[in-house]
Design a protein around this ligand. Structure first.
Ligand code: SPD
Length: 276
């Protein structure tokens, strides 16, 4: 029998592939083509519109880094908003903090939640926690209705293609920063330094206009293009305020104090491009 390989077409000049054991889900939801594969080394893998979103084996670096960097920077975060994040991976990390009273997840596609609950059991079904509040709706309207509300906002989105393109716009960043409490912090999925330099630069310029201490940081995720992905930290509170703070129980599969600091070190070509 011939081997099956999962390969995504995000870039016309670059591909990587995961070996598939079997297909577990193949569904056209109201919003997107949702697939879950059992893969050989990386375990169950969620794919949306042909793009790998997460695998059981390497999602932890993404979820720890997108959540704990802003969560640790802010003192005692109580109200948290996750934009997207229907798989529950970021929610699991946010709920590790005993200071958190409410974690709102604004996810457009209920089917992402349903399938992730079944196929990614390591997220521990965070939806049953009474502090979790799932809103199946578009984040723009919700942000507009809630200025000055959140200690931390995490934008845990797909790539800037189709319906997600707006989540990388000036308008979105304006609304997001407006929805933070004074001193609050946001972190956003912010793509790949090699492939998306000019988009990241534009987002950094926007973040600089909107906040005092924006910074780009990076995590190694082998199943994403280029083997990793970056995040934009957006806040008036420096990210370094979170360094060497004690972690809530359950954290540190990927994050440790050296990784925390090193994540903000950028390759020179990219540092120059971004910070001048
Ligand atoms: N190129 C793929 C980027 C995927 C980012 N979203 C991941 C969602 C995990 N919660």
């Amino acid at each position: 029998m011939s081997e099956l390989w999962l390969s995504e077409d995000l870039h016309p000049y670059y591909r990587k592939s995961l070996k598939i054991n079997k297909k577990l889900v193949d569904e056209q939801t109201e919003y997107q083509h949702l697939q879950v594969f059992e893969t050989e080394f990386f375990g169950n893998t969620l794919v949306l519109d042909g793009i790998i979103q997460l695998t059981e084996r390497d999602n932890i670096g993404y979820h720890e880094m997108i959540t704990h960097i802003p969560m640790l920077a802010v003192k005692e975060p109580k109200r948290v908003l996750i934009v997207g994040g229907g798989d529950g991976g970021s929610l699991q990390q946010v709920l590790r903090y005993s200071s958190v009273e409410e974690a709102v997840v604004c996810e457009l596609d209920q089917r992402v939640v349903d399938h992730s609950r079944k196929y990614f059991p390591a997220f521990g079904d965070p939806w049953v926690d009474p502090r979790a509040n799932l809103l199946v709706r578009d984040a723009f309207g919700y942000l507009e209705e809630n200025p000055g509300t959140f200690d931390v906002i995490i934008s845990d989105t797909t790539d800037p293609i189709g319906m997600a393109e707006r989540l990388f716009s000036d308008e979105f960043y304006n609304l997001m920063v407006r929805a933070l409490k004074p001193g609050g912090a946001a972190a956003t999925q912010c793509e790949q330094p090699f492939f998306d330099t000019s988009l990241i630069k534009t987002i950094y310029e926007t973040s600089k206009r909107l906040s005092r201490h924006p910074a780009y940081y990076y995590a190694q995720i082998p199943t994403y293009p280029g083997g990793g992905i970056g995040f934009m930290y957006v806040s008036d509170t420096p990210w370094s305020n979170g360094l060497n703070k004690p972690y809530p129980a359950g954290v540190n599969n990927y994050l440790n104090p050296l990784m925390h600091q090193a994540a903000f070190a950028l390759p020179e070509f990219f540092r120059r491009e971004l910070y001048g």
